[in-house]
Design a protein around this ligand. Structure first.
Ligand SMILES: [Ca+2]
Length: 135
């Protein structure tokens, strides 16, 4: 009976995303959770969150997330237009970050590099924001 119950239990958990490294609290924080490689990181995410920035570290919570592979993209959207602004040289002028804290000098990382396994128990991902080109 015991093992049967375990199998029937919904395999979901709460995923916490801690975003740090804000340069200011102007604008909004966008956190996008992807479960599909072809959508990452600019198409419609599986789950998304938009919030105000009130401190230099923000904790975002995604509830009832099924077990599986995911990648996260975060954006400090300073001008509230919903996208990552870039200057004429294509260098980001807003804060951004990805799960695993992967950094690519030119463009976003692949889903594979940012991918992590969400195993159902409450888990916290810490993502640092980058402004401009990664060093
Ligand atoms: Ca923007």
């Amino acid at each position: 009976m015991q093992s049967e119950k375990k199998i029937l239990k919904t395999e979901t958990g709460t995923l916490y995303v801690l975003v740090k490294g804000f340069k200011s609290n102007i604008g909004q924080l966008m956190v996008a959770l992807y479960n599909c490689a072809s959508d990452f990181p600019e198409n419609e995410p599986y789950k998304g969150s938009i919030s105000k920035i009130s401190r230099d570290v923000e904790l975002i919570k995604f509830e009832k997330v099924p077990y599986g592979n995911y990648a996260i993209a975060v954006l400090h959207d300073i001008d509230n237009d919903g996208k990552l602004d870039k200057n004429v040289w294509g260098i980001p002028t807003e804060g951004y970050g990805f799960s695993n804290n992967v950094r690519e000098k030119f463009g976003p990382p692949s889903f594979l590099k940012a991918r992590f396994m969400f195993a159902g128990w409450d888990d916290e991902k810490i993502i640092g924001l980058e402004y401009g080109i990664p060093q």
